[in-house]
Design a protein around this ligand. Structure first.
Ligand code: NAD
Ligand code: IPM
Ligand code: MN
Length: 350
């Protein structure tokens, strides 16, 4: 019971549209005695283009004081000369993930009943990717020399610390232990990325010794992509680095019914800062402002938020409502974003 302070960052493009629906559903799903207190932060392309601000420290400080963050998506119009690539992605989204220590980027994938997979025979697909969220090639280490010349050299250095790898591997083992199949697959590229690979491999083996009930598996990233398209039901929990996890989870979304259904949580398991929940998809400039986006991913992300805050029952009410909405969809249905949100909110209300 009490008040839950939510920092809401709708962001850009369809982020605005889908976040409105997620909030709509959260409001009606509030558990008895719980009141949401949303504070909206207008961050993203518009703010940057108007003021040059991406994420001022004072705003980050305010965001820190919330119980959780709900984010839509960031990213402006493609090839806008006034908006260099990465400004918002690095300066806003990744800054939040890094500063708030979201080292577990949790991305569940399931084929919900009635949802069509592009795979002819997908089987029972229900896995979760535990993507490392604060290291890898995302840290901004690297640089460019002799830019614009034929002798240009550009590097992005992948950072893998024993501390960072061990904590996310531990989280993944603990999650696998709690699931019926108790299976954990490490995905990496230890045959080529031998420095990073050896720290992941070693710590994976070390922590495995503490979880005798968890079955372990290892796949190179390239082969894992074969299995994800030919036999995705073999996966239960996958643990992997930041960049591999980014790529895997778009494929995972595609095979389970599309990016419009894929939810995620950027979790700080130590609770030293608020966790952040967002759809896996981006701002989708190609359909922005047209009420064509599917808000299901954002709504399921709101369910992950409630679960993280200890309201598992309210979270499953939202999840069940979204699943029922999916099951009732007619092929070729063209409901507007707000109509999907209304329908799911109505189901939550019973
Ligand atoms: P995207 O996910 O925005 O779009 C990829 C394709 O999926 C597009 O055709 C889009 O219309 C479709 N799509 C995405 N979400 C949908 C939804 N809810 N319903 C229906 N269709 C949907 O990826 P992109 O085009 O590569 O990136 C666009 C911008 O978003 C870039 O600036 C990128 O950096 C940014 N981005 C942000 C995030 C984030 O904020 N977490 C995630 C990915 C990309
Ligand atoms: C995602 C996005 C981000 C990522 C980008 C926009 C920084 O693709 O959330 O999957 O690569 O993590
Ligand atoms: Mn991505």
């Amino acid at each position: 019971t009490g008040t839950l302070k939510l920092a809401v960052i709708p962001g850009d493009g369809i982020g605005q549209e889908v976040t409105a629906e997620a909030l709509k559903v959260l409001e009606v799903a509030a558990p008895a005695g719980v009141k949401f207190e949303p504070t909206r932060y207008d961050l993203g392309a518009e703010r940057y283009l108007a003021t040059g601000e991406v994420l001022p420290d004072s705003v980050l400080g305010e965001i820190r004081e919330h119980d959780a963050i709900l984010l839509g998506a960031v990213g402006g119009k493609p090839n806008d000369p006034n908006l260099p690539p990465g400004i918002l992605e690095r300066g806003l989204l990744l800054k939040l993930r890094f500063e708030l220590d979201h080292y577990v980027n949790l991305r569940p994938s399931r084929i919900f009943p009635g949802v069509t997979s592009p795979l002819a025979n997908p089987g029972e697909v229900d896995f979760v990717v535990v993507r490392e969220g604060t290291e890898g090639p995302y840290t901004g280490n690297g640089g460019a020399l002799r830019v614009g010349t034929p002798a240009e050299v550009a590097t992005e250095v992948s950072v893998n610390t024993a501390f960072g790898v061990e904590r996310v591997v531990r989280d993944a083992f603990a999650r696998a232990q709690r699931r019926p199949r108790k299976k954990l697959t490490l995905v990496h590229k230890t045959n080529v990325l031998v420095n990073a690979g050896s720290v992941w491999w070693r710590l994976f083996q070390e922590v495995a010794a503490e979880y005798p009930e968890v079955t372990t598996d290892y796949m190179h990233i390239d082969a894992a992509m074969i299995f994800m398209t030919t036999d995705p039901s073999r996966f239960d929990v996958i643990v992997t680095d930041n960049l591999f996890g980014d790529i895997i989870t778009d494929l995972a979304a595609a095979i389970t019914g599309g990016i419009g259904l894929a939810a995620s949580g950027n979790v700080n398991p130590d609770r030293t800062a608020p966790s952040m929940f967002e759809p896996v998809h981006g701002s989708a400039p190609d359909i922005a402002g047209q009420q064509k986006a599917d808000p299901t991913a954002a709504i399921l992300s709101a369910a992950l938020l409630l679960d993280h805050l200890g309201h598992a029952e309210a979270a499953s009410v939202i999840e069940d409502a979204a699943i029922a909405d999916l099951a009732a969809r007619e092929a070729g249905s063209t409901r507007r974003t707000s109509e999907v949100g209304d329908a799911i909110a109505a189901r939550v209300q019973g």
